[in-house]
Ligand binder design. Structure first.
Ligand code: BG6
Length: 490
């Protein structure tokens, strides 16, 4: 969806085609790509699922979900044109014949040679499906010496710790080249997240200030109002650190702290992110505990308002183990072990069932010296704070001080840029990611070494929390503001 993009025709295969991800994200994203003229008219979509659907029945089901989940509304003509190119194949992913059938379908001369296999299935099935594809001769190996390209797209959760993530990569790499494995972190598909790079490296005003000499601290937060709800089966084995910190927040940290890449080449950019990851600190268990907070919601009300909808306690959510110690909130203060940001605290926060939904990065700049313009109450000047808001109300805000007319004092103000007010189409994250995967651009996908370095860090944190002296989980009523870090760690 870059301006210069000329869409490529692809054979787009979705495994797990009757699941939530396909219905809510993948198919609506394909539809919106088609609507915007970004899906090549020759693209074919092959959907594989275990449920008994005819292609006709599957298309009708997907039309309903596209009507519901497309963020641009629904245009019948666009849908009809796309639907003609969607086929459904009933198949068991454990059964070799499924892959053989797929192979026959892909061999048809009407099927484009660029192939994408999207694994919208549980992570335990990733290796099996990748292996099935490879055995059927329709994976990377089959394409190396020809003009075609073949890619594997995998979703999170990508392992639950370093060793499982590494084992998973090894298994996938048996069947696919690492450069053909596209690991999704949907945060990187968000326009406002990509803007971090553009904003940092396209503005000479901020770039020189982006270091320990001028930045006092950085806060990165992804706060959600939603509770765990029906996802207890997965979430209880993960928790906020594995579900959000390991991927989305650490990726935001990388984009905030990385050095400019030598080019926009995917490897150059990912190399720079890996350098940030290798500067993640090696705290002792005591230090980790002193710098972090784990929380869990108890019963409360949406938004913390008496009239808000009631939210049950985490422990009462379906499929959550009795006595579970899984956290639904995590806050952590860390300092990167590198030249640019040595000594600058990065405060990361994320959690569920909180008072507000807000994802943003706030960069606090150091104050000017002296007390020339102390505030009327005697306190110092307000900080210059740059807020990059990812959602909702996507935008950029810069707080600054200015003289109050007629009196000799300063007051705080804000410069605001709103994406919604500025004209332009805001693609949904999956549109961008699917479009890039078809084009073979892996910039916004996670490389194996990135995910492993992030897991190594989260493993150290989890080990610290499991250590004998670790502080207990802090309970917060659903709908309350995010719990505060211990005083020494704020
Ligand atoms: C997912 C997590 O990766 O991201 C969810 O598994 C979380 O728990 C979601 O709710 C948040 O994504 P977004 O785009 O709604 O901020």
């Amino acid at each position: 969806m870059k301006e210069e993009d000329v869409p490529i025709a692809a054979s787009f295969v979705i495994f797990g085609a009757t699941g939530d991800l396909a219905a809510r994200k993948i198919v609506p994203a394909l539809y919106n790509l088609a609507r915007g003229g970004h899906l090549h008219p020759g693209t074919r979509v092959l959907c594989v699922g275990r449920k008994e659907f005819t292609s006709e029945g599957y298309r009708s089901a997907m039309e309903l979900s596209t009507r519901q989940f497309s963020h641009t509304g629904f245009d019948q003509e666009t849908w009809d044109a796309l639907a003609q190119r969607i086929d459904y194949l009933v198949g068991d992913l454990d059964d070799e014949s499924t892959y053989a059938m797929l192979s026959t379908m892909l061999a048809d001369s009407s099927m484009p040679e660029t192939r994408l296999f999207y694994l919208a299935v549980g992570p335990d099935q990733f290796p099996r499906v990748a292996y099935g594809i490879a055995r059927a001769g329709i994976g990377t190996a089959a394409c190396h010496d020809t003009a075609c390209a073949t890619r594997l797209i995998v979703e999170k959760p990508y392992g639950r710790d370093l060793s499982s993530a590494r084992a998973l990569s090894e298994k996938l790499q048996h069947s696919f080249d690492e450069r053909d494995i596209f690991r999704i972190d949907h945060y990187l598909g968000k326009e406002t997240v990509q803007n971090l790079l553009y904003f940092r490296f396209a503005n000479s005003v901020f770039e020189p200030l982006w270091n320990r000499n001028y930045i006092e601290r950085v806060e990165i937060e992804v706060l959600e109002t939603v509770s765990v709800g029906s996802r207890g089966g997965y979430y209880d084995g993960a928790g906020a650190a594995r579900d959000m910190l390991q991927n989305h927040l650490i990726q935001l940290l990388c984009l905030t702290a990385m050095e400019p890449p030598s080019s926009m080449d995917p490897e150059a950019l990912r190399d720079e992110k890996v350098k940030v990851l290798s500067a993640l600190p090696h705290y002792s268990a005591e230090e980790f505990c002193a710098r972090s907070l784990r929380g869990r919601y108890v019963a409360g009300r949406q938004g913390g308002r008496p009239e808000g909808q009631a939210i049950g306690a985490y422990l009462s959510e379906p499929k959550v183990a009795p006595g579970s110690m899984t956290e639904t909130f995590v806050a952590l203060r860390l300092e990167l072990d590198n030249w640019r940001f040595a000594g600058v605290p990065f405060i990361l926060r994320t959690g569920k069932a909180l008072e507000r939904q807000q994802s943003e990065i706030r960069v606090y700049f150091k104050p000017t010296p002296g007390r020339l313009f102390a505030m009327p109450d005697g306190s110092g000047l307000g900080r210059n704070v740059l807020t990059l808001r990812i959602q909702p109300d996507e935008g950029l805000f810069l707080s600054f001080n200015a003289k109050v007319p007629g009196v000799a004092r300063v007051a705080g103000h804000e410069l605001r840029f709103s994406y919604r007010e500025a004209e332009g189409y805001m693609p949904e994250a999956y549109e961008r990611l699917i479009d890039d995967a078809i084009a073979g651009d892996s910039t916004l996908f996670i490389r194996a070494d990135e995910t492993e370095a992030a897991w190594a860090f989260v493993d150290r944190l989890e080990e610290a929390w499991a250590s004998p002296g670790a502080p207990p989980l802090v309970e917060y009523p659903a709908g309350s503001p995010p719990p505060e870090l211990p005083p020494g760690a704020r």
